[in-house]
Design a protein around this ligand. Structure first.
Ligand code: FES
Ligand code: MG
Length: 588
Protein backbone atom coordinates (compact mmCIF):
# COMPACT_ATOMS: atom_id res chain seq x y z
CA UNK A 1 0.00 0.00 0.00
CA UNK A 2 1.33 3.46 -0.98
CA UNK A 3 1.40 5.70 2.08
CA UNK A 4 2.87 9.16 2.41
CA UNK A 5 6.13 9.20 4.38
CA UNK A 6 5.41 10.01 7.97
CA UNK A 7 7.38 9.97 11.16
CA UNK A 8 5.33 8.55 14.03
CA UNK A 9 5.93 9.20 17.72
CA UNK A 10 7.09 5.60 18.20
CA UNK A 11 10.19 6.59 16.23
CA UNK A 12 11.32 8.49 19.34
CA UNK A 13 11.75 5.07 20.94
CA UNK A 14 13.32 3.30 17.98
CA UNK A 15 15.42 5.91 16.18
CA UNK A 16 17.77 7.13 18.85
CA UNK A 17 21.28 7.33 17.47
CA UNK A 18 22.67 8.18 20.91
CA UNK A 19 21.09 5.34 22.82
CA UNK A 20 21.40 2.18 20.75
CA UNK A 21 21.54 0.24 24.01
CA UNK A 22 17.99 1.31 24.78
CA UNK A 23 16.72 0.60 21.28
CA UNK A 24 18.21 -2.86 21.56
CA UNK A 25 16.46 -3.44 24.87
CA UNK A 26 13.07 -2.44 23.49
CA UNK A 27 13.42 -4.73 20.54
CA UNK A 28 14.92 -7.67 22.38
CA UNK A 29 11.78 -8.53 24.28
CA UNK A 30 9.33 -7.83 21.48
CA UNK A 31 11.19 -10.53 19.61
CA UNK A 32 9.63 -12.89 22.13
CA UNK A 33 6.34 -12.53 20.30
CA UNK A 34 8.03 -13.45 17.06
CA UNK A 35 8.47 -9.95 15.68
CA UNK A 36 11.59 -9.13 13.67
CA UNK A 37 13.68 -5.97 14.23
CA UNK A 38 12.75 -4.71 10.75
CA UNK A 39 9.07 -4.58 11.59
CA UNK A 40 9.77 -2.05 14.30
CA UNK A 41 12.36 -0.12 12.38
CA UNK A 42 10.78 0.37 8.97
CA UNK A 43 8.56 3.27 10.07
CA UNK A 44 5.16 1.60 10.31
CA UNK A 45 2.70 2.93 12.88
CA UNK A 46 2.29 0.92 16.05
CA UNK A 47 -1.37 0.44 16.84
CA UNK A 48 -2.32 -0.29 20.43
CA UNK A 49 -5.32 -2.50 21.04
CA UNK A 50 -6.69 -1.57 24.44
CA UNK A 51 -8.15 -4.94 25.42
CA UNK A 52 -11.06 -4.56 27.84
CA UNK A 53 -12.12 -8.20 27.68
CA UNK A 54 -11.21 -10.41 30.61
CA UNK A 55 -12.88 -12.97 32.83
CA UNK A 56 -13.61 -10.38 35.50
CA UNK A 57 -15.67 -8.50 32.92
CA UNK A 58 -17.77 -11.03 30.98
CA UNK A 59 -19.65 -8.27 29.13
CA UNK A 60 -16.50 -7.57 27.09
CA UNK A 61 -15.25 -11.16 26.67
CA UNK A 62 -15.96 -11.15 22.94
CA UNK A 63 -13.03 -8.78 22.46
CA UNK A 64 -10.62 -11.60 23.29
CA UNK A 65 -11.49 -13.18 19.94
CA UNK A 66 -12.30 -9.95 18.08
CA UNK A 67 -8.74 -8.76 18.75
CA UNK A 68 -7.44 -11.16 16.10
CA UNK A 69 -9.73 -9.61 13.49
CA UNK A 70 -8.56 -6.13 14.52
CA UNK A 71 -4.96 -7.26 14.15
CA UNK A 72 -5.69 -8.73 10.72
CA UNK A 73 -7.06 -5.36 9.65
CA UNK A 74 -4.12 -3.45 11.13
CA UNK A 75 -1.61 -5.75 9.42
CA UNK A 76 -3.39 -5.62 6.05
CA UNK A 77 -3.34 -1.83 6.23
CA UNK A 78 0.36 -1.73 7.03
CA UNK A 79 0.53 -1.28 10.80
CA UNK A 80 1.82 -3.29 13.73
CA UNK A 81 -0.77 -4.19 16.35
CA UNK A 82 0.18 -4.60 20.01
CA UNK A 83 -2.56 -5.67 22.40
CA UNK A 84 -2.52 -4.72 26.07
CA UNK A 85 -5.04 -5.06 28.93
CA UNK A 86 -7.12 -2.31 30.47
CA UNK A 87 -8.25 -2.20 34.07
CA UNK A 88 -11.34 -4.44 34.50
CA UNK A 89 -14.66 -2.56 34.77
CA UNK A 90 -17.47 -4.97 35.50
CA UNK A 91 -20.64 -3.16 36.34
CA UNK A 92 -22.47 -5.83 38.30
CA UNK A 93 -19.73 -7.22 40.46
CA UNK A 94 -17.17 -4.57 41.37
CA UNK A 95 -17.71 -3.36 44.93
CA UNK A 96 -18.32 -0.74 46.16
CA UNK A 97 -19.14 0.21 42.52
CA UNK A 98 -17.52 0.07 39.08
CA UNK A 99 -17.93 3.85 38.98
CA UNK A 100 -15.05 4.09 41.44
CA UNK A 101 -12.82 2.50 38.80
CA UNK A 102 -13.84 4.51 35.73
CA UNK A 103 -11.28 7.14 36.67
CA UNK A 104 -8.70 4.50 37.62
CA UNK A 105 -9.07 2.78 34.23
CA UNK A 106 -8.80 6.24 32.67
CA UNK A 107 -5.58 7.04 34.53
CA UNK A 108 -3.92 3.73 33.72
CA UNK A 109 -4.88 3.95 30.05
CA UNK A 110 -3.43 7.46 29.87
CA UNK A 111 -0.13 6.21 31.28
CA UNK A 112 0.00 3.25 28.88
CA UNK A 113 -0.76 5.30 25.77
CA UNK A 114 1.61 8.06 26.77
CA UNK A 115 4.47 5.98 28.13
CA UNK A 116 4.73 3.30 25.44
CA UNK A 117 5.52 3.70 21.74
CA UNK A 118 1.90 3.69 20.60
CA UNK A 119 0.93 5.81 17.58
CA UNK A 120 -2.80 5.17 17.48
CA UNK A 121 -5.23 3.03 19.42
CA UNK A 122 -8.29 0.84 19.07
CA UNK A 123 -10.46 1.24 22.16
CA UNK A 124 -12.49 -1.90 22.78
CA UNK A 125 -15.69 -1.10 24.64
CA UNK A 126 -18.84 -2.77 25.93
CA UNK A 127 -19.81 -2.74 29.60
CA UNK A 128 -20.91 0.64 30.88
CA UNK A 129 -17.74 2.44 31.98
CA UNK A 130 -15.43 0.87 29.42
CA UNK A 131 -16.59 3.43 26.86
CA UNK A 132 -16.25 6.70 28.81
CA UNK A 133 -13.00 5.71 30.54
CA UNK A 134 -11.28 4.97 27.24
CA UNK A 135 -12.68 8.01 25.42
CA UNK A 136 -11.59 10.24 28.31
CA UNK A 137 -8.06 8.78 28.11
CA UNK A 138 -7.90 9.15 24.33
CA UNK A 139 -8.59 12.87 24.72
CA UNK A 140 -5.96 13.37 27.38
CA UNK A 141 -3.29 11.68 25.27
CA UNK A 142 -4.72 12.71 21.89
CA UNK A 143 -3.33 10.07 19.58
CA UNK A 144 -5.67 8.86 16.81
CA UNK A 145 -8.27 6.61 18.42
CA UNK A 146 -11.22 4.55 17.23
CA UNK A 147 -13.87 2.76 19.27
CA UNK A 148 -14.79 -0.86 18.60
CA UNK A 149 -17.87 -1.89 20.55
CA UNK A 150 -18.19 -5.53 21.50
CA UNK A 151 -21.93 -5.43 20.88
CA UNK A 152 -24.94 -6.50 22.93
CA UNK A 153 -26.01 -10.03 23.75
CA UNK A 154 -28.60 -11.74 21.57
CA UNK A 155 -32.23 -10.99 22.45
CA UNK A 156 -33.21 -12.92 25.55
CA UNK A 157 -36.50 -14.57 26.40
CA UNK A 158 -38.17 -15.90 29.53
CA UNK A 159 -41.50 -17.70 29.30
CA UNK A 160 -41.80 -16.80 25.65
CA UNK A 161 -41.44 -13.07 26.31
CA UNK A 162 -38.52 -10.75 25.74
CA UNK A 163 -36.60 -10.46 28.98
CA UNK A 164 -34.03 -7.70 28.79
CA UNK A 165 -30.86 -7.72 30.86
CA UNK A 166 -31.12 -5.66 34.00
CA UNK A 167 -34.73 -4.73 33.32
CA UNK A 168 -35.79 -8.30 34.12
CA UNK A 169 -34.01 -8.01 37.46
CA UNK A 170 -35.70 -4.75 38.49
CA UNK A 171 -39.13 -5.98 37.44
CA UNK A 172 -38.82 -9.40 39.07
CA UNK A 173 -37.38 -7.88 42.22
CA UNK A 174 -40.74 -6.17 42.66
CA UNK A 175 -42.63 -9.41 41.95
CA UNK A 176 -40.43 -11.21 44.47
CA UNK A 177 -41.20 -8.48 47.03
CA UNK A 178 -44.92 -8.82 46.34
CA UNK A 179 -44.70 -12.60 46.81
CA UNK A 180 -45.68 -13.37 43.20
CA UNK A 181 -42.57 -15.43 42.36
CA UNK A 182 -40.12 -17.59 44.28
CA UNK A 183 -36.36 -17.03 44.62
CA UNK A 184 -35.72 -19.93 42.22
CA UNK A 185 -37.93 -18.32 39.60
CA UNK A 186 -36.13 -15.03 40.15
CA UNK A 187 -32.70 -16.60 39.52
CA UNK A 188 -33.99 -18.61 36.53
CA UNK A 189 -35.31 -15.46 34.84
CA UNK A 190 -32.00 -13.66 35.48
CA UNK A 191 -30.07 -16.53 33.88
CA UNK A 192 -32.34 -16.56 30.82
CA UNK A 193 -31.71 -12.86 30.28
CA UNK A 194 -28.07 -13.58 29.41
CA UNK A 195 -28.19 -15.92 26.38
CA UNK A 196 -24.82 -15.20 24.77
CA UNK A 197 -21.62 -13.20 24.78
CA UNK A 198 -22.10 -9.44 24.76
CA UNK A 199 -23.06 -6.53 26.95
CA UNK A 200 -26.59 -5.76 28.22
CA UNK A 201 -29.12 -6.04 25.41
CA UNK A 202 -31.42 -3.32 26.75
CA UNK A 203 -30.87 0.40 26.21
CA UNK A 204 -29.00 0.46 29.51
CA UNK A 205 -25.76 2.28 30.07
CA UNK A 206 -23.69 -0.06 27.89
CA UNK A 207 -25.85 0.25 24.76
CA UNK A 208 -26.27 3.96 25.43
CA UNK A 209 -22.56 4.67 25.75
CA UNK A 210 -21.66 2.64 22.68
CA UNK A 211 -24.33 4.56 20.77
CA UNK A 212 -22.82 7.75 22.15
CA UNK A 213 -19.36 6.75 20.90
CA UNK A 214 -20.81 6.20 17.43
CA UNK A 215 -22.78 9.46 17.56
CA UNK A 216 -19.62 11.31 18.57
CA UNK A 217 -17.99 10.00 15.41
CA UNK A 218 -15.55 7.71 17.19
CA UNK A 219 -16.64 4.38 15.70
CA UNK A 220 -17.44 3.14 12.22
CA UNK A 221 -21.09 3.65 11.19
CA UNK A 222 -23.31 0.86 12.52
CA UNK A 223 -20.71 -0.39 14.99
CA UNK A 224 -22.56 0.17 18.25
CA UNK A 225 -25.56 -2.08 17.76
CA UNK A 226 -24.22 -5.22 16.02
CA UNK A 227 -24.83 -8.07 18.48
CA UNK A 228 -21.63 -9.62 19.80
CA UNK A 229 -22.05 -13.08 18.22
CA UNK A 230 -23.04 -11.81 14.74
CA UNK A 231 -20.83 -12.29 11.68
CA UNK A 232 -20.83 -8.54 11.11
CA UNK A 233 -19.15 -8.02 14.47
CA UNK A 234 -15.99 -9.79 13.28
CA UNK A 235 -16.17 -7.93 10.00
CA UNK A 236 -16.40 -4.51 11.59
CA UNK A 237 -13.49 -5.45 13.90
CA UNK A 238 -11.41 -6.04 10.77
CA UNK A 239 -12.56 -2.77 9.17
CA UNK A 240 -11.82 -0.92 12.42
CA UNK A 241 -8.27 -2.31 12.40
CA UNK A 242 -7.78 -1.14 8.83
CA UNK A 243 -9.25 2.26 9.48
CA UNK A 244 -7.10 3.08 12.53
CA UNK A 245 -3.94 2.72 10.45
CA UNK A 246 -5.27 5.27 7.98
CA UNK A 247 -6.23 7.53 10.89
CA UNK A 248 -2.66 7.35 12.16
CA UNK A 249 -1.42 8.64 8.80
CA UNK A 250 -4.15 11.28 8.66
CA UNK A 251 -3.43 12.39 12.25
CA UNK A 252 -7.15 12.16 12.86
CA UNK A 253 -6.98 12.68 16.61
CA UNK A 254 -9.80 12.87 19.18
CA UNK A 255 -9.28 16.63 19.45
CA UNK A 256 -10.40 16.96 15.83
CA UNK A 257 -13.49 14.77 16.32
CA UNK A 258 -14.65 15.60 19.85
CA UNK A 259 -15.93 19.12 19.27
CA UNK A 260 -18.70 20.78 21.22
CA UNK A 261 -21.05 20.12 18.33
CA UNK A 262 -20.21 16.41 18.42
CA UNK A 263 -21.21 16.31 22.10
CA UNK A 264 -24.46 18.16 21.40
CA UNK A 265 -25.21 15.57 18.72
CA UNK A 266 -24.61 12.81 21.26
CA UNK A 267 -26.95 14.46 23.78
CA UNK A 268 -29.68 14.53 21.12
CA UNK A 269 -29.12 10.84 20.40
CA UNK A 270 -29.37 9.97 24.11
CA UNK A 271 -32.85 11.54 24.16
CA UNK A 272 -34.01 9.84 20.96
CA UNK A 273 -32.90 6.36 22.06
CA UNK A 274 -34.26 6.69 25.62
CA UNK A 275 -30.69 6.37 26.90
CA UNK A 276 -29.37 5.79 30.38
CA UNK A 277 -29.16 8.55 32.98
CA UNK A 278 -25.55 7.48 33.51
CA UNK A 279 -24.82 9.09 30.17
CA UNK A 280 -25.07 12.49 31.87
CA UNK A 281 -21.96 12.25 34.08
CA UNK A 282 -20.09 10.33 31.36
CA UNK A 283 -20.84 13.00 28.73
CA UNK A 284 -19.59 15.69 31.10
CA UNK A 285 -16.47 13.66 31.90
CA UNK A 286 -15.62 12.97 28.26
CA UNK A 287 -16.35 16.57 27.29
CA UNK A 288 -14.23 18.05 30.06
CA UNK A 289 -11.24 15.90 29.13
CA UNK A 290 -11.79 17.02 25.54
CA UNK A 291 -11.81 20.66 26.66
CA UNK A 292 -15.52 21.15 25.87
CA UNK A 293 -18.00 22.77 28.22
CA UNK A 294 -21.45 21.20 28.51
CA UNK A 295 -24.08 23.08 30.53
CA UNK A 296 -27.47 22.20 32.04
CA UNK A 297 -28.99 24.29 29.24
CA UNK A 298 -27.48 21.89 26.70
CA UNK A 299 -29.44 19.02 28.26
CA UNK A 300 -32.63 21.08 28.41
CA UNK A 301 -32.21 22.04 24.75
CA UNK A 302 -32.58 18.34 23.95
CA UNK A 303 -35.46 17.75 26.36
CA UNK A 304 -38.10 18.09 23.65
CA UNK A 305 -36.50 15.49 21.40
CA UNK A 306 -38.94 12.58 21.10
CA UNK A 307 -38.35 8.92 21.83
CA UNK A 308 -37.94 7.14 18.51
CA UNK A 309 -36.27 3.89 19.60
CA UNK A 310 -38.56 1.22 21.02
CA UNK A 311 -36.12 -0.51 23.32
CA UNK A 312 -36.34 -1.46 26.99
CA UNK A 313 -36.48 0.10 29.53
CA UNK A 314 -38.37 3.00 27.88
CA UNK A 315 -39.81 0.75 25.15
CA UNK A 316 -40.47 -2.90 24.32
CA UNK A 317 -37.66 -4.50 22.33
CA UNK A 318 -33.99 -5.42 22.58
CA UNK A 319 -30.68 -5.01 20.79
CA UNK A 320 -30.97 -7.50 17.93
CA UNK A 321 -34.07 -5.84 16.58
CA UNK A 322 -32.50 -2.39 17.03
CA UNK A 323 -29.54 -3.49 14.93
CA UNK A 324 -31.74 -5.00 12.23
CA UNK A 325 -33.85 -1.84 12.08
CA UNK A 326 -30.79 0.21 11.24
CA UNK A 327 -29.13 0.91 14.59
CA UNK A 328 -27.50 4.25 15.38
CA UNK A 329 -27.15 5.37 11.73
CA UNK A 330 -30.95 5.19 11.34
CA UNK A 331 -31.40 7.28 14.48
CA UNK A 332 -28.86 9.84 13.24
CA UNK A 333 -30.64 9.90 9.91
CA UNK A 334 -33.96 10.81 11.60
CA UNK A 335 -32.35 13.48 13.77
CA UNK A 336 -30.54 14.95 10.77
CA UNK A 337 -33.76 15.07 8.78
CA UNK A 338 -35.44 16.90 11.65
CA UNK A 339 -32.56 19.35 11.91
CA UNK A 340 -31.75 18.27 15.45
CA UNK A 341 -28.09 17.39 14.92
CA UNK A 342 -25.24 18.90 12.93
CA UNK A 343 -24.17 16.57 10.14
CA UNK A 344 -21.05 18.55 9.25
CA UNK A 345 -18.90 17.24 12.11
CA UNK A 346 -15.88 15.20 11.11
CA UNK A 347 -15.82 11.53 12.19
CA UNK A 348 -13.33 8.68 12.37
CA UNK A 349 -14.10 7.74 8.77
CA UNK A 350 -12.51 11.04 7.74
CA UNK A 351 -15.91 12.08 6.42
CA UNK A 352 -18.71 14.20 7.81
CA UNK A 353 -21.37 12.51 9.92
CA UNK A 354 -24.07 13.29 7.34
CA UNK A 355 -22.09 11.51 4.65
CA UNK A 356 -21.65 8.41 6.85
CA UNK A 357 -25.38 7.97 7.41
CA UNK A 358 -26.74 9.06 4.06
CA UNK A 359 -29.79 6.93 3.16
CA UNK A 360 -29.53 4.87 6.37
CA UNK A 361 -33.28 4.90 6.95
CA UNK A 362 -35.00 2.69 9.50
CA UNK A 363 -36.23 -0.57 7.98
CA UNK A 364 -38.56 -1.32 10.89
CA UNK A 365 -40.81 1.55 11.95
CA UNK A 366 -42.08 -0.37 14.97
CA UNK A 367 -38.51 -0.36 16.30
CA UNK A 368 -37.11 2.96 15.05
CA UNK A 369 -39.94 5.33 14.29
CA UNK A 370 -39.99 8.40 12.11
CA UNK A 371 -39.08 11.57 14.02
CA UNK A 372 -42.56 12.96 13.53
CA UNK A 373 -44.33 9.74 14.60
CA UNK A 374 -42.50 9.12 17.87
CA UNK A 375 -43.27 6.74 20.71
CA UNK A 376 -43.27 9.64 23.13
CA UNK A 377 -42.72 13.40 23.10
CA UNK A 378 -40.02 15.06 25.22
CA UNK A 379 -37.73 12.13 25.89
CA UNK A 380 -34.65 14.09 26.94
CA UNK A 381 -33.48 14.39 30.52
CA UNK A 382 -35.03 17.09 32.59
CA UNK A 383 -32.56 19.10 34.65
CA UNK A 384 -33.90 19.82 38.14
CA UNK A 385 -32.74 22.24 40.81
CA UNK A 386 -33.93 23.74 44.06
CA UNK A 387 -32.96 24.00 47.70
CA UNK A 388 -32.04 20.30 47.91
CA UNK A 389 -29.44 20.40 45.14
CA UNK A 390 -28.06 22.67 42.42
CA UNK A 391 -28.35 20.00 39.75
CA UNK A 392 -30.09 16.66 39.27
CA UNK A 393 -31.71 14.94 36.33
CA UNK A 394 -34.86 13.02 35.66
CA UNK A 395 -35.47 10.65 32.77
CA UNK A 396 -39.01 11.49 31.84
CA UNK A 397 -39.24 8.85 29.09
CA UNK A 398 -39.65 6.09 31.69
CA UNK A 399 -42.49 7.74 33.63
CA UNK A 400 -45.40 5.34 33.14
CA UNK A 401 -48.93 6.48 32.39
CA UNK A 402 -50.10 5.05 35.68
CA UNK A 403 -47.42 7.03 37.53
CA UNK A 404 -48.36 10.23 35.70
CA UNK A 405 -52.02 9.76 36.57
CA UNK A 406 -51.22 9.01 40.20
CA UNK A 407 -48.88 11.94 40.80
CA UNK A 408 -48.83 14.50 38.07
CA UNK A 409 -52.43 14.97 36.98
CA UNK A 410 -54.10 16.75 39.87
CA UNK A 411 -56.52 19.20 38.18
CA UNK A 412 -55.06 22.69 38.19
CA UNK A 413 -51.69 21.41 39.42
CA UNK A 414 -50.60 19.23 36.52
CA UNK A 415 -46.94 18.28 36.76
CA UNK A 416 -46.70 19.22 40.43
CA UNK A 417 -46.41 16.75 43.26
CA UNK A 418 -45.98 17.19 47.00
CA UNK A 419 -45.13 14.36 49.34
CA UNK A 420 -43.55 13.42 52.61
CA UNK A 421 -39.81 12.64 52.56
CA UNK A 422 -38.59 9.34 53.96
CA UNK A 423 -34.81 9.67 54.19
CA UNK A 424 -32.31 6.79 54.07
CA UNK A 425 -28.57 7.03 54.73
CA UNK A 426 -27.22 4.75 52.03
CA UNK A 427 -28.54 1.42 50.80
CA UNK A 428 -27.89 -0.60 53.98
CA UNK A 429 -30.18 1.76 55.84
CA UNK A 430 -32.77 1.51 53.04
CA UNK A 431 -32.77 -2.31 53.08
CA UNK A 432 -32.88 -2.43 56.87
CA UNK A 433 -35.84 -0.08 57.24
CA UNK A 434 -37.90 0.03 54.04
CA UNK A 435 -40.44 -2.50 55.40
CA UNK A 436 -40.59 -0.94 58.87
CA UNK A 437 -44.29 -0.13 59.46
CA UNK A 438 -43.27 2.72 61.78
CA UNK A 439 -42.14 4.72 58.70
CA UNK A 440 -45.76 4.89 57.51
CA UNK A 441 -44.76 4.88 53.88
CA UNK A 442 -47.78 5.38 51.65
CA UNK A 443 -48.42 6.45 48.06
CA UNK A 444 -47.83 10.10 49.04
CA UNK A 445 -44.28 9.37 50.24
CA UNK A 446 -41.07 10.33 48.46
CA UNK A 447 -38.13 8.01 49.07
CA UNK A 448 -34.81 9.83 49.45
CA UNK A 449 -31.37 8.24 49.58
CA UNK A 450 -28.19 10.13 50.42
CA UNK A 451 -24.59 9.18 51.09
CA UNK A 452 -24.50 7.61 47.64
CA UNK A 453 -22.55 10.22 45.67
CA UNK A 454 -18.94 10.12 44.45
CA UNK A 455 -17.45 10.92 47.86
CA UNK A 456 -20.12 9.45 50.09
CA UNK A 457 -20.21 5.95 48.63
CA UNK A 458 -17.36 6.26 47.33
CA UNK A 459 -17.76 6.23 43.56
CA UNK A 460 -21.51 7.07 43.39
CA UNK A 461 -23.81 4.08 43.58
CA UNK A 462 -26.73 2.92 41.44
CA UNK A 463 -29.18 2.92 44.32
CA UNK A 464 -31.71 5.67 43.66
CA UNK A 465 -34.20 3.30 41.96
CA UNK A 466 -35.54 2.22 45.36
CA UNK A 467 -38.63 0.06 45.25
CA UNK A 468 -41.58 0.71 47.57
CA UNK A 469 -42.12 -1.41 50.68
CA UNK A 470 -43.58 -4.89 50.12
CA UNK A 471 -46.93 -3.81 51.57
CA UNK A 472 -47.35 -1.20 48.81
CA UNK A 473 -46.10 -3.63 46.13
CA UNK A 474 -48.82 -6.04 47.18
CA UNK A 475 -51.34 -3.24 46.67
CA UNK A 476 -50.04 -2.80 43.12
CA UNK A 477 -48.01 0.37 43.76
CA UNK A 478 -44.78 -0.53 41.98
CA UNK A 479 -43.02 2.82 42.09
CA UNK A 480 -42.80 5.87 44.31
CA UNK A 481 -41.03 9.11 43.48
CA UNK A 482 -37.38 8.80 44.53
CA UNK A 483 -34.58 11.32 44.94
CA UNK A 484 -30.91 10.70 45.56
CA UNK A 485 -27.32 11.88 45.27
CA UNK A 486 -26.38 8.55 43.67
CA UNK A 487 -27.18 7.15 40.26
CA UNK A 488 -29.44 4.39 39.03
CA UNK A 489 -28.95 1.54 36.63
CA UNK A 490 -29.58 2.50 33.02
CA UNK A 491 -31.75 -0.58 32.71
CA UNK A 492 -34.13 0.62 35.45
CA UNK A 493 -37.45 2.19 34.56
CA UNK A 494 -37.75 4.11 37.80
CA UNK A 495 -38.85 7.76 37.52
CA UNK A 496 -36.14 9.03 39.85
CA UNK A 497 -34.54 12.40 40.42
CA UNK A 498 -30.91 11.42 40.62
CA UNK A 499 -27.26 12.39 40.26
CA UNK A 500 -28.04 15.20 42.71
CA UNK A 501 -25.10 17.54 43.20
CA UNK A 502 -23.63 18.63 45.50
CA UNK A 503 -24.01 15.36 47.38
CA UNK A 504 -24.85 15.12 51.07
CA UNK A 505 -21.28 14.07 51.98
CA UNK A 506 -20.05 17.56 51.06
CA UNK A 507 -22.97 19.33 52.72
CA UNK A 508 -25.42 19.42 49.80
CA UNK A 509 -29.10 20.05 50.53
CA UNK A 510 -29.97 16.39 51.09
CA UNK A 511 -27.69 16.45 54.15
CA UNK A 512 -30.13 18.58 56.19
CA UNK A 513 -33.35 16.94 54.99
CA UNK A 514 -35.22 14.94 57.64
CA UNK A 515 -37.96 12.33 57.38
CA UNK A 516 -41.33 14.05 57.46
CA UNK A 517 -40.28 17.17 55.54
CA UNK A 518 -42.59 17.93 52.63
CA UNK A 519 -40.94 18.01 49.21
CA UNK A 520 -42.47 19.73 46.21
CA UNK A 521 -41.50 18.43 42.75
CA UNK A 522 -42.58 20.72 39.93
CA UNK A 523 -41.93 19.25 36.50
CA UNK A 524 -43.33 22.36 34.83
CA UNK A 525 -40.47 24.50 36.16
CA UNK A 526 -37.82 21.88 36.93
CA UNK A 527 -37.82 22.84 40.62
CA UNK A 528 -37.51 20.42 43.50
CA UNK A 529 -37.64 21.95 46.98
CA UNK A 530 -38.12 20.92 50.56
CA UNK A 531 -40.81 23.16 52.04
CA UNK A 532 -38.66 24.10 55.01
CA UNK A 533 -38.17 27.74 55.96
CA UNK A 534 -34.82 29.47 55.59
CA UNK A 535 -34.17 29.87 59.32
CA UNK A 536 -34.76 26.20 59.97
CA UNK A 537 -32.47 25.26 57.06
CA UNK A 538 -29.75 27.56 58.42
CA UNK A 539 -30.11 25.99 61.85
CA UNK A 540 -29.87 22.44 60.47
CA UNK A 541 -26.88 23.34 58.30
CA UNK A 542 -24.85 23.98 61.45
CA UNK A 543 -24.91 20.24 62.11
CA UNK A 544 -22.30 18.07 60.44
CA UNK A 545 -23.39 16.23 57.27
CA UNK A 546 -24.23 12.54 57.88
CA UNK A 547 -21.06 10.46 58.36
CA UNK A 548 -19.71 8.47 55.41
CA UNK A 549 -17.97 5.08 55.69
CA UNK A 550 -14.20 5.25 55.83
CA UNK A 551 -12.02 4.45 52.84
CA UNK A 552 -11.09 0.78 52.59
CA UNK A 553 -8.26 1.01 50.06
CA UNK A 554 -5.59 3.49 48.96
CA UNK A 555 -7.41 4.22 45.71
CA UNK A 556 -10.66 5.02 47.55
CA UNK A 557 -8.78 7.63 49.54
CA UNK A 558 -7.02 9.12 46.50
CA UNK A 559 -10.33 9.12 44.60
CA UNK A 560 -12.19 10.90 47.38
CA UNK A 561 -9.50 13.54 47.67
CA UNK A 562 -9.54 14.37 43.97
CA UNK A 563 -12.98 13.65 42.51
CA UNK A 564 -15.58 16.23 41.53
CA UNK A 565 -19.38 15.97 41.64
CA UNK A 566 -21.72 14.19 39.21
CA UNK A 567 -22.91 17.44 37.61
CA UNK A 568 -19.40 17.98 36.27
CA UNK A 569 -18.68 14.36 35.38
CA UNK A 570 -17.08 13.15 38.63
CA UNK A 571 -13.64 13.31 37.07
CA UNK A 572 -10.31 13.56 38.85
CA UNK A 573 -10.23 17.35 38.83
CA UNK A 574 -6.45 17.65 38.57
CA UNK A 575 -6.45 15.51 35.42
CA UNK A 576 -8.54 17.91 33.34
CA UNK A 577 -5.65 20.28 32.65
CA UNK A 578 -3.66 17.54 30.88
CA UNK A 579 -4.58 17.42 27.21
CA UNK A 580 -2.68 16.39 24.12
CA UNK A 581 0.17 14.97 26.17
CA UNK A 582 1.35 12.70 23.34
CA UNK A 583 2.99 15.77 21.82
CA UNK A 584 5.74 15.44 24.40
CA UNK A 585 7.47 12.09 24.38
CA UNK A 586 8.36 11.03 27.92
CA UNK A 587 12.05 11.02 28.82
CA UNK A 588 13.87 7.74 29.14
FE1 FES B 1 -21.89 -5.13 31.76
FE2 FES B 1 -24.58 -4.53 31.59
S1 FES B 1 -23.43 -5.37 33.23
S2 FES B 1 -23.03 -4.35 30.14
MG1 MG C 1 -25.02 -0.13 35.87
Amino acid sequence: MQRPKKRFRSRDWFDDPHRMDMVGLYLERWMNSGFTPEEFRDGRPIIGIAQSGNELNPCNLVHLTLAQRIKDGVRDAGGIALEFPTHPLFENCRRPTAALDRNLAYLSLVEIMHGYPIDAVVLTTGCDKTTPSSVMAASTVDIPAIVLSGGPMLDSYADGELAGSGTVIWRNRKRLGAGEITEEEFIAAAAKSAPSLGHCNTMGTASTMNAVAEALGLSLPGCAAIPAPYRERGQIAYETGKRIVAMAYEELTPSRILTRQAFLNAIAVIAAIGGSTNAQPHIHAMARHAGVEITPEDWMAAHDIPLIVNMMPAGKYLGERFHRAGGVPAVLCELLGAGRIDGSVITCTGKALAENVKGAHSTDREMITAYDKPLQEHAGFMVMMGNLFDFAIMKTSVISEEFRRRYLCEPGREGIFEGKAVVFDGSDDYHARINDPALNIDERSILVIRGSGPIGWPGSAEVVNMQPPDALLRKGITSLPTIGDGRQSGTADSPSILNAAPESAVGGGLSWLVTGDIIRIDLTTGRCDALVDEEEIARRKKDKPPAVPESQSPWQEIYRAGVGQLDSGAVMELAVKYRGIAKKTPRH
